[in-house]
Design a protein around this ligand. Sequence first.
Ligand code: ADP
Ligand code: MG
Length: 298
Amino acid sequence: MSQNDIFDREIVAPDAELARRAATLLGFDARYARVHDQLRLLMAADGLEKWSRKHHGSLMPIAGLVADQYPLVVFHGDVGTGKTVAAECIANRLLTEARSEDAVIFRLSNRVRGSGKVGEMTTLLAEALKRVVASIGKTRRAVLVIDEGDSIAASRSQEHSHHEDKVAVNTLIQGVDDLRRHKGRVVVILCTNRLSVLDPALLRRAAVVERFDRPDDAERRQLLERDLEGAGITAAQLDELVALTGPTAHAPGWTYSDFRSRFYPTAVAKAFPDAPLGFEHLRAAAGETTASRVMEDR
Ligand SMILES: Nc1ncnc2c1ncn2[C@@H]1O[C@H](COP(=O)(O)OP(=O)(O)O)[C@@H](O)[C@H]1O
Ligand SMILES: [Mg+2]
């Protein structure tokens, strides 16, 4: 594997496309505010010392301790609940607001764990961390998104965990420890479908742990209202769609990706190109769509 394959994407922030995508996500602003408030101290570690000296005339121990958090954020939840898109959009806004020049969002490739050759995952992970750190120089910022991080971050105590996996999680923990010296200029966002398999030592380091859920009734209504704007759907029809997409005795409610990646294309395909999109297409498509299985163990 060549070095270029370590990252799926390297996005220079601010990125207009990610800002545009953020605006299509339900609840994004509230989630961003929550994560940002928790990360602000971490990302402004230098500012803490100034703050302490200004208001207390000295560098208080508490300021040093608070600045010493680990720059690790964990996003967990079922497949399709929006972890990946939120990680990129939140990274983009954090970097945009920090006004750092040439900030980069790196997304670690799934191929890093793909080949299964002994030692390779660890080598590549170490190399990835090295490249992220190299990118920030003395003043810039970066966010590393580790998407579907289960196999890298899975607990070392799992029965079926292989030696290789244990070494990889050690490398990640060590890497997160080392990143503290950059005072919040590098933040790692790790996404997982299975919080319970994460190594406890890694989880303990997380400054922020955010759970992602399937949309509830109100959220599904809002999503449909927003996405179906212009289709002339009545309030009663909306009620019906909210009910059709909700949990039943046998199945969970739909995920965001069930709506956007499966339901909408199916519905539009029924109308396109000769007819306008109508409620009958939506209802028929809803009948053909089933909710994704619940993945996360709680
Ligand atoms: N908050 C949200 N509001 C609306 N759509 C969302 C939201 N979160 C995710 N989606 C949609 O769901 C799809 C899947 O999101 P993704 O980030 O890939 O989920 P995950 O990484 O949790 O599997 C995306 O196409 C996205 O447009
Ligand atoms: Mg994902």
